[in-house]
Design a protein around this ligand. Structure first.
Ligand SMILES: C[C@H]1O[C@H](OP(=O)(O)OP(=O)(O)OC[C@H]2O[C@@H](n3cnc4c(=O)[nH]c(N)nc43)[C@H](O)[C@@H]2O)[C@@H](O)[C@@H](O)C1=O
Length: 536
């Protein structure tokens, strides 16, 4: 990777190639185009932009287009063994490179050329001229090469391919899948993900998923007087064990814009997943202001932090995922798809609608790669205990072992499209791997009432829910969402995603776990270590 500092911006170029003997740093217009940049040549002037942002501009110099205002060119190690490729850099596509080998830029630099990037730390020219300079050494978890190329970067509009040229073959081996010096192949660089809401159900499954894919995962957590990291404790590795600790936690808050920007600047993520929320619909009627601040304005703060981070750093490849919700459809009848109008029925749902449209707006206004995942209810043994599914399965376990007898519930006729959270995080990731950002419904396309959930959960362990459930008006909502059933055909078609766990399997998985949990709880209660808790 190469970072070019241009008039206060830092522009990042990925997949640069080591090209021995090349004395100018070249940037491929073709490659820029495939990365979503627009390059305009007008007379002797040129300009590169992305969305509404002008990244770089300059003038023609002889046969080359030259950058204006570039003061630093920094090579950042893409792997642990950068020895080979830092010597000479070009932002090359393999196509159209042959001409360059024939051209006058493949010669030893003249003194006046090699001084073009001069600054106070320059050293006398050498056959492979480099300037020694460290780049943002305060940033942790990143390895930077402290060599800066003396040559300025030049742009040429077209290259021809050089796949079979020995110099390029060597270069190809040194990048892409890591360095190949001495015949050793080091692993490719880890992608970096930043997750808000990492301690929640979805955050924990997504973290496991991304770690399995080789990501380095950073999670933002809120300060709390109680530890709330139980869902990720099993994957936490002490950061002192640097080689194994690929998940890192940082204090931040969606209500604190400065903390968001600071962690983006420090972590330098490739993907940002905004999963944090006050996610309880009924509670949002009690604390509407707080819910809107975190769910709606929190998303806006994070989007703005990403946008300004990109503007300052040039890291325009960042991809953003916004956790949307089927609650946004509210009273609009099923099946609900990406084109179904929203009719939110709670402060939570209205806030999610705002976050949805903020995300769309940042995509359209700034060209941000931002996706909305409109996820229908998704559950698991890690679901919070005051959501109806887990409240039921916890009660089944406790009733079964004799710790509880009654279960107080609200509206049993509400119908939901319930899937398994572990399946749904894959869809989040898939959205960020597409060529273009878009919005997707993620659902099982099956809907069941709360009563049907009760039938399966109690029936599975030989109990009759009617012997235990008591209707309590306190659990009814001021305005209810009666029927949600998603149409996930777009996600299936475009993302190739489909749910693996069906309704009955999900209920049984949750009951199995809650029976085990209740058995352990019973041991502690019987031994007098804890009191039998009240139901959630
Ligand atoms: C997609 C969406 O999914 C979730 O929102 P939710 O659908 O409201 O989930 P829930 O489990 O709280 O309620 C489901 C239904 O169950 C009814 N219900 C009856 N009796 C009780 C009861 O005693 N407790 C609760 N919680 N619900 C009850 C309740 O009235 C409602 O109709 C969140 O993850 C949200 O963040 C999200 O985005």
């Amino acid at each position: 990777m190469v970072k070019i500092k241009l008039n206060g911006f830092v522009w990042e170029l990925k997949n640069v190639r080591h090209i021995p003997d090349l004395t100018k740093n070249l940037i491929s217009v073709g490659q820029l185009a495939s990365e979503g940049y627009t390059t305009i040549f007008h007379g002797d002037d040129w300009k590169i932009s992305k969305g509404a942002m002008t990244i770089a501009r300059g003038k023609k110099s002889g046969t080359l287009y030259k950058t204006a205002g570039a003061c630093h060119l920094i090579a950042v190690a893409a792997n642990e063994n950068p020895n080979l490729w830092h010597q000479r850099l070009g932002h090359m596509i393999y196509a159209e490179v042959e001409d360059i080998l024939e051209s006058p830029i493949l010669r030893t630099p003249q003194p006046e050329e090699s001084n073009e990037a001069n600054n106070e730390q320059s050293e006398p020219p050498t056959p492979t001229p480099v300037l020694k300079r460290s780049f943002r050494p305060h940033v942790p978890n990143k390895r930077y090469i402290d060599y800066m190329h003396r040559g300025l970067c030049f742009f040429i509009p077209s290259f021809i391919h050089l796949f079979s040229h020995p110099a390029m073959e060597k270069a190809n081996a040194a990048v892409g899948s890591g360095s190949a010096t001495n015949g050793e192949v080091s692993p490719p660089p880890r992608k970096v993900a930043l997750i808000t809401g990492i301690t929640g159900q979805d955050g924990s499954y997504l973290t496991e998923f991304l770690l399995n894919k080789g990501y380095e995962v950073h999670g933002l957590i809120r300060r709390s007087s109680n530890f709330n990291t139980q869902r990720i404790d099993h994957i936490y590795v002490d950061p002192h064990n640097a080689h194994k600790a690929h998940m890192k936690l940082h204090y931040a808050d969606l209500s604190d814009a400065s903390s968001l920007r600071r962690w983006l600047d420090t972590i330098l993520p490739d993907e940002v997943y905004n999963l944090a929320a006050q996610s309880h619909v009924a509670v949002s009627f009690e604390i509407p202001d707080y819910t809107a601040d975190v769910v709606a304005t929190g998303a806006l703060r994070l989007l703005e932090a990403v946008r300004s981070h990109i503007a300052a750093s040039g890291r325009s490849h960042i991809r953003y995922y916004q956790a949307g919700s089927s609650e946004m459809f509210g009273s609009t009848p099923p099946p609900q798809s990406e084109t179904t109008p929203f009719h939110p029925r709670s402060p939570y749902a209205a806030s999610k609608c705002a976050a949805h449209w903020y995300t769309v707006n940042y995509r359209e206004a700034y060209g941000l790669y931002a996706c909305n995942g409109i996820l229908f209810n998704h559950e698991s043994p890690r679901r919070g205990e005051n959501f109806v599914t887990r409240k039921i399965t916890r009660a089944v376990g406790r009733i079964k072992v004799g710790l509880q007898n009654k279960l107080f519930l609200g509206n049993l006729q509400a119908s939901r499209d319930w899937g398994f959270a572990g399946d749904y995080v894959e869809a989040m990731w898939l959205m960020l791997q597409q060529e273009k950002p878009d919005d997707y419904v993620v659902a099982t396309e099956e809907s069941h009432t709360v009563e049907e959930f009760l039938e399966v959960a109690f029936g599975y362990v030989g109990l009759n829910w009617r012997d235990h459930v008591v209707i309590d008006k306190r659990y009814f909502r001021p305005s209810e969402v009666d029927n949600l059933k998603g149409d996930a055909s777009k996600a299936k078609k475009v993302l190739g995603w489909k749910p693996r766990v069906g309704f009955e399997q999900l209920v049984k998985m949750m009951v199995d776990q809650d029976i085990e949990m209740a058995k352990k709880e019973k041991v502690l209660v019987d031994a007098g270590y804890i009191d039998a808790q009240q139901q959630p």
